[in-house]
Design a protein around this ligand. Structure first.
Ligand code: MTE
Ligand code: MO
Length: 329
């Protein structure tokens, strides 16, 4: 049985495994916030430690399937093999569907059509865009990106999508807009994780306008030459590969333009550990573990982590004028 077999990336328990780090992230949440939550809402907490999962919906054909695979943009190269799709499909972070790594069953409750993206805030005119119109307008391309989770594991994925800048231009932000704010759907009936109180749902992330205009900032609609799987954040997720993985928000429903820096999901939970910038830096440890190396998913290999996850040539100048901010957590 696939689910019970020991997987290659689950390295020796005596080492600081990604799983152990993940568990410590969960434990910290449980002691920091969850103690009160456990008293206030036992049914929600029961979910986190295993409970009923919603019934999967029958698979409908994806209306944009004909756009895949898209032409690969060769400007983005990897220094390692692509992570096998089957491994990636069962090792995810998607807290709306549980705090375990394998959410592939409960995530099937997510209905990805119809799906409307709301674009609002400091724009000339707020609007709603149907996901299929957006994907067809996007002129899709494939990019090979590394992804570095703050839990010290990494993967390499062939994402399909289009530069975020294209959506920003379509949105016609006002000159007063300084930040782009992203929000995931909010629907407890399908995402049992969202029933847990004290979590600042919906999942929220943000970038500065300059970061959003950087060519590396990518809106993802597919992976592995196919429409995006639900566990990767269908039908629309972000990829900002120079930042820790939690910035790469999944299943985006709303993109707003704002003059103030948003309070992001992880910052709302644990501000001492997770900040707004979250740029990858091996020399700046997480308060509870080192960020010097990473476990390469599916290989058992540990590699040195690179500044900006190896993307400094694209993004280092974004931060030149901000020396006193917490750029790396
Ligand atoms: N909505 C939402 N987006 C999310 C998360 C989440 O829990 N909910 N987890 C983040 C974290 S911590 C990581 S590492 C990546 C994981 O992406 P993957 O599951 O496709 O590997 O998604 C990010 N985006
Ligand atoms: Mo992560």
């Amino acid at each position: 049985m696939f689910y019970h077999r020991r997987k290659g990336w689950e390295i020796d328990e005596r080492e600081a495994t990604p799983k152990a780090l993940f568990l410590s992230r969960r434990a910290a949440l449980a002691t920091g916030l969850g103690a009160a939550a456990a008293l206030a809402a036992p049914p929600a907490m029961a979910f986190w430690f295993g409970g009923d999962t919603p019934k999967p919906e029958p698979a409908a054909p994806d209306p944009t399937r004909d756009l895949y695979p898209a032409r690969r943009n060769e400007a983005y190269r990897l220094d390692r093999p692509v992570t096998p799709q089957e491994i990636n499909a069962h090792y995810n972070n998607f807290y709306e569907f549980g705090m375990t790594k394998d959410v592939s069953v409960p995530v099937q409750a997510l209905r990805t059509r119809p799906w409307t993206l709301r674009v609002d805030g400091l724009v000339e005119a707020p609007r709603e865009i149907g996901i299929d119109d957006l994907i067809r307008a996007g002129a899709l391309e494939e990019r090979l990106y590394r992804h570095r989770c703050v839990e010290a594991w990494s993967m390499a994925v062939p994402w399909t999508g289009f530069p975020l800048k294209r959506l920003v231009d379509m949105a016609k932000p006002l000159s007063s807009a300084k930040y782009v704010v992203f929000e995931t759907f909010l629907d407890r009936s399908i995402a049992p994780g969202q029933a847990a109180p004290f979590y600042p749902w919906p999942y929220r992330e943000g970038l500065t306008m300059a970061e959003a205009a950087n060519d590396l900032a990518f809106l993802v609609t597919g992976a592995y030459g196919e429409p995006l799987a639900r566990q990767h954040g269908a039908p629309l997720r972000l990829a900002t590969p120079w930042k820790y993985g939690f910035k790469s928000i999944k299943s985006i429903r709303r993109i707003s333009f704002a003059s103030e820096r948003p309070k992001t999901f992880w910052e709302g939970l644990q501000p001492a550990e997770y900040g707004f910038w979250a740029n990858v830096n091996p020399a700046v440890p997480h308060p509870r573990w080192s960020q010097a190396t990473e476990e390469v998913l599916g290989t058992g290999e540990r590699r040195k982590t690179l500044l900006f996850n190896g993307y400094g040539e694209f993004v280092a100048d974004l931060y030149a004028g901000l020396p006193n901010d917490r750029l790396y957590m």
